[in-house]
Design a protein. Structure first.
Ligand SMILES: O=C(CO)[C@H](O)[C@H](O)COP(=O)(O)O
Length: 231
């Protein structure tokens, strides 16, 4: 009988491979989510052992900030200096390394942080790869709370199948105090065109399309970790 698939072990394997790209003295963007968590822990381990020195982390969420400090990574707020590298998970990865991110809710800080590096390394298990964006995941869209029902009406005219993220009685609130509309994507669309349309919609703060940003991806499958690079 074959071993049950352990996605957590795969996420960790991808995270360890990405951490091998981190060098002493680097300013490192720290992603958010269950996969990025393993990278933060691994960086922390290497800082603790002395293998990595002079590391500064820039966290993409309150949760990653707390975890980074717990594992001994000095954390600074984002400022205009470039980051040497950023490591983060994704919800979907297409063959061009274009991404959907934000199911974990940190898309705005992730984009603000990761736009400041020339080396954005995505880590994932193999379930995150798709032929076309939108195959499995909705696109998370961060929207202002003020007037959110009006913004949602405008968004429904573009992506009718979506809905306000609401895990319980209240809507989900991001670290920035905003709400998220998870937009169901059509079978065929141009992500760059849709991104521009969404960003041009009043009330939209940011979208979970990360286009042309990722430079590397480590994707872990039961038969090993595959490395991809943007061409
Ligand atoms: O974009 C994100 C958070 O905003 C995460 O990177 C994405 O949701 C993947 O998370 P996980 O590694 O837990 O599947």
């Amino acid at each position: 009988m074959s071993e049950p698939l352990n996605l957590e072990a795969l996420k960790q394997q991808a995270a360890v491979r990405a951490t091998d790209l981190v060098r002493s003295g680097m300013r490192v963007g720290l992603g958010t989510g269950s996969t990025a968590k393993y990278a933060i822990e691994e960086i922390g381990r290497r800082v603790d052992s002395g293998e990595l020195t002079g590391i500064v982390g820039v966290a993409t969420s309150e949760a990653s900030d707390v975890l980074a400090r717990q594992v001994g990574i000095p954390v600074e707020p984002l400022d205009p200096r470039p980051l040497d590298i950023a490591i983060d998970g994704a919800d979907e990865i297409d063959p061009q390394l274009d991404l959907i991110k934000g199911l974990g809710g940190a898309l705005l800080r992730e984009k603000l942080t990761e736009i400041q590096t020339g080396t954005l390394v995505i880590i994932a298990d193999h379930t995150k790869t798709v032929a076309h964006l939108g195959e499995k995941a909705p696109v998370p869209i961060e929207i202002a709370r003020f007037g959110f029902l009006s913004t949602i009406e405008r968004l429904r005219a573009i992506l009718p199948g979506g809905r306000l993220r609401q895990p319980g009685a209240q809507p989900y609130v991001t670290d920035n105090g905003n709400y998220i509309y998870d937009g169901q994507l059509p079978a065929a669309f141009d992500p760059a065109v849709l991104e521009r349309q969404l960003k041009g919609t009043l009330g939209v703060v940011e979208t979970g399309f990360f286009l042309g940003m990722a430079t590397h991806a480590f994707v872990a499958a039961p038969d090993g970790v595959q490395e991809f690079r943007r061409r």
